[in-house]
Design a protein around this ligand. Structure first.
Ligand code: E4P
Length: 239
């Protein structure tokens, strides 16, 4: 399973890349706004080089299909690792599957996004999307179980040997990450604050504190033993 970072913040991406846990990054217009990205091209190009050969998803921002195609083709020139995010429908419910299909035929990788149902994922895959982004938190917002959607889509992809990969996004809690991983997500895109929550644990800190304290005590005991001549062979003489 891969982990992407759901962010446009260079500092955060670099930090978690250096921890060795980031396989790619995803953005959307809301993330760009939140992260203060006003020079989309400049930031996208910097993120592309930061990420090396790992994919960076950038989302189109139009309801118009010709404009989506135009933006997508431009984004694709910004780096070899650019993946274009196309919402499966526009805000009026018009299908974007033709856009996904055209871009895929041109060799531009598409992340079909804002997927909230099994059937949307099926059609996005049929249209040629490289990634199908299932929005876990938004599915749950509507009172539905995202794990069921993830599990069913994964089962269907496997059953018919499709190569599209599920990205689970819209993470709202650390438990969403665990649930998505166990339900069969190929990739989970994690907002930066959740990495710290995933790795930290109060009792782990207490455990390490105890080890450090005891190591310190042991060193003191060794120093005393050496000073008093009790210790000559590296043992504390207690055994
Ligand atoms: C990622 O690809 C999505 O755009 C993002 O995770 C959506 O998250 P949200 O539902 O919190 O806006």
């Amino acid at each position: 399973m891969q982990i992407f970072i759901d962010s446009a913040k260079e500092k955060e991406i670099l930090h978690w890349l250096r921890q060795g846990v980031v396989d790619g990054a995803t953005t959307n217009p809301t993330i760009m706004l939140k992260d203060g990205v006003y020079d989309l091209e400049g930031v996208a190009k910097r993120l592309c080089s930061l990420l090396g050969d790992r994919p960076l998803s950038i989302e189109v921002t139009s309801n118009d299909q010709e404009e989506m195609l135009k933006q997508a083709r431009t984004f694709a020139t910004w780096g070899p690792n650019v993946v274009v995010k196309i919402p499966v429908v526009n805000e009026f419910g018009d299908s974007s599957l033709g856009v996904i299909s055209d871009l895929t035929s041109e060799g531009i990788r598409v992340n079909a996004t804002a997927i909230l149902s099994f059937n949307q994922a099926v059609l996005a895959t049929k249209a040629g999307a490289t990634y199908a982004s299932i929005f876990s938190g938004r599915i749950a917002d509507e009172g539905n179980d995202p794990t069921e959607t993830i599990r069913n889509v994964r089962h269907w992809l496997n059953q018919w040997d499709y190569t599209a990969k599920i990205i689970v996004g819209s993470v709202r809690t650390v438990m969403d990450i665990q649930n998505a991983a166990l339900a069969g997500a190929h990739i989970i895109t994690v907002p930066p604050p959740f990495f710290a929550k995933m790795i930290d644990h109060k009792y782990t800190r207490d455990t390490v504190r105890q080890f450090n304290r005891d190591a310190e005590k042991a060193l003191q005991e060794i120093a005393v033993a050496q000073a008093t001549g009790v210790l000559s062979n590296g043992s504390n003489g207690k055994d």
